[in-house]
Every structure is written in structure tokens, then in C-alpha cells.
Design a protein around this ligand. Structure first.
Ligand SMILES: Nc1nc2c(ncn2[C@@H]2O[C@H](COP(=O)(O)OP(=O)(O)OP(=O)(O)O)[C@@H](O)[C@H]2O)c(=O)[nH]1
Ligand SMILES: [Zn+2]
Length: 300
């Protein structure tokens, strides 16, 4: 018996890196499969491993969190690649990605890409946006020169010692960034999604790659198409600055829409909360309110 971490899943096989540094190809044992737990890349597991080619997973340790796209467990952070241009920057898309990560309980890191396409005036504008999101409580990586030594060192430091996933809409620059961090990967820029993310019926391989002293999933996460299903009244707790402010709302359970004495609205008016965050919140709130209850995908 040995303990380790699943590093790759492919066609029912799970490659486990044991704590003593052996890479063992395993399968989930029959009686284990009946328990309806599907092992995920990133899972801590106990395996029976007579040799490196035919091990069995005996137990999956409890997960800290997990994502559906990519199917990875125990993620420390998600790098949200967000283009400032091409495709155009959208706070709406960014806020929805942050929301998805807040729900999954995974720490987001906002990574602004293609900053070399900005004029000096636009750079000042985006520095302001970066500062505003930092104030909310998010780490934001914003460098004027995308792949300079300084920028790449910052990415390296970000990845060291952590399990990361990268997400962001198509064309945001995910593969380009990964290729700079780990030139050995040679991911096809502009093709990674087509090859790995979108094939519905192909066998999907998911891998955690050792990069910069950390691990990063080779399959990008969701982009803009995911929908959320939850009680609209819960939405505010996933907007960090709203959650902090709401202790000062006059009514408990204030949803920050029409209530008098709402501390969130007061902070929007004073400019302490971004108007765009509030607008995106209202739009999501209305969408959730109009949604038919979906009991299959309930809020966790
Ligand atoms: N000017 C500029 N172009 C960039 C930068 N990063 C990426 N690009 C370009 O943007 C295009 C898309 O980059 P990709 O890395 O393929 O984007 P992706 O997020 O992996 O896209 P998908 O695979 O479709 O999900 C490519 O033509 C890149 O060369 C950057 O920092 N500056
Ligand atoms: Zn309120």
C-alpha cells in the first residue's frame, strides 16, 4: 500500500505519483467503483501497487474542492486569463468567472493578458481596474510588458508549490502564457481548446503538469457559457465586497436591490464599490430570480 496523488486520468487509468516518488498506473477497483466515487486528477489516494504498471486505487481521501471543467480536485487557485483587448475586456465575463470560483471555493488570480496592445492612457485605465479588484480582495497580475523576465518571474512565483488551473475565454492567451512559463509543453496556441476541451465524445485526458515547482492542469477551465443555479438571495455572499458590507445593511437578508438602508448601495454611490460589479450583480440576480428551480444541480 502507498499514498499519493493522481496526476493523470486517461481511459479509466489513473497515473498516481506516490509520496515516495513512484509513478504507478492504476485502475479503480470494482468494489471501489460501486461506491460511486469517480477518482479525479488531483485526488489524494491510497493505492495497492505491486509494481508500476498494475496498481489499484483502494481509497480516495476527502477533497477540499473540485471542478467539473477541468475535472480536477484539490485545486489551490485558478488563474483567470483575461484579455484587455482581442477579445475585448468585459467586467461581466470576469465577474461571472469569479463567481463560479467563489461557488467552487477556489481562489481566483486575475491575470490580465495582451497588455502590450494598450496605449499609455489605456494602461492607466487598466491599472485602475487592477487596483479596484485588488481592493475587493483578489490577487491581480498586471504587467505592462507581458512576457518580460519580471512578468514571468511573477508567474513562476504564483505557481510554485500550488495546484493551479487556468481558465479564460477563447483567445485570452492561456496557451501562450503556459508556453512561456514552460516552453517544453509546446501547447498549440489557438488549438488547445479544440484538441482538449471541446471534444465531446473523445476520450478526455486530464493531466497535472509539473511546472515552476507547482502543478498545473493541462486542460483549461470553463469560459463564459456556464450557468449558475442557486437561490438568488445567496448571490451576494459570493461578491466579497458585498458580503463584507452587508453586515451594515439595515435588514438581515438584504439582497441589495430595493431595500432601504442598504450598505452595499451606499458604497456603490460613494464610489467604494465598482458600479460595474453592482450592475453585473443585478443582472445575475435577475437571471437567477427568473430561473425555474433546478433541484438536480443545487447549490452546495
Ligand atoms: N499582443 C499579444 N498577443 C497575444 C498575447 N498572448 C497571446 N496572444 C495572441 O492571442 C492569440 C490567442 O492566444 P492563445 O494563447 O492561443 O489563446 P487561448 O486562450 O489558449 O485560446 P483557446 O485555445 O482558443 O482557448 C494568439 O494569436 C496569440 O499569439 C499577448 O500577451 N500579447
Ligand atoms: Zn444591502
Amino acid at each position: 500500500m502507498a499514498e499519493g496523488q493522481i496526476r493523470q486520468s486517461l481511459s479509466g487509468f489513473y497515473d498516481v505519483m506516490t509520496d515516495s516518488g513512484r509513478l504507478v498506473r492504476t485502475r479503480a477497483r470494482g468494489n471501489f467503483r460501486n461506491r460511486k466515487i469517480t477518482p479525479l486528477v488531483g485526488d489524494r489516494v491510497v493505492i495497492d501497487a505491486p509494481n508500476d504498471h498494475e496498481g489499484y486505487i483502494l481509497e480516495v481521501k476527502p477533497r477540499r474542492n473540485s471542478l467539473v471543467r477541468p475535472p480536477v480536485a484539490n485545486v489551490d487557485q485558478a488563474i483567470v486569463a483575461t484579455a484587455v483587448r482581442q477579445p475585448a475586456f468585459s467586467t461581466n465575463l470576469l465577474d461571472r468567472q469569479l463567481l463560479a470560483l467563489e461557488i467552487a471555493d477556489i481562489e481566483p488570480v486575475i491575470y490580465l493578458t495582451k497588455t502590450d496592445l494598450l496605449t499609455a492612457a489605456e494602461q492607466t485605465e487598466f491599472a485602475g481596474i487592477a487596483a479596484a479588484y485588488r481592493k475587493i480582495g483578489y490577487q491581480v497580475v498586471y504587467t505592462a510588458e507581458p512576457f518580460s523576465a519580471v512578468a514571468l518571474k511573477e508567474v513562476d512565483d504564483l505557481l510554485t508549490g500550488k495546484v493551479s488551473v487556468i481558465m479564460g475565454q477563447t483567445g485570452a492567451g492561456k496557451s501562450t502564457l503556459l508556453n512561456h512559463v514552460a516552453p517544453d509543453l509546446k501547447l498549440a496556441t489557438g488549438e488547445i481548446s479544440a484538441a482538449l476541451n471541446r471534444g465531446k465524445h473523445t476520450t478526455r485526458r486530464v493531466q497535472l503538469l509539473a511546472v515552476a515547482g507547482g502543478l498545473i492542469a493541462d486542460t483549461p477551465g470553463f469560459s463564459s457559457y456556464d450557468t449558475f443555479s442557486m437561490d438568488a438571495r445567496s448571490l451576494g455572499k459570493y461578491f466579497r465586497e458585498f458580503r463584507r458590507a452587508s453586515v451594515d445593511c439595515r435588514f438581515r437578508g438584504c439582497v441589495h436591490v430595493n431595500e432601504p438602508g442598504c450598505a452595499v448601495k451606499a458604497l456603490v454611490e460613494s464610489g467604494d464599490i465598482l458600479q460595474s460589479r453592482y450592475d453585473n450583480y443585478l443582472q445575475l440576480y435577475q437571471t437567477l430570480k427568473n430561473q425555474k428551480p433546478n433541484y438536480r444541480k443545487s447549490e452546495k
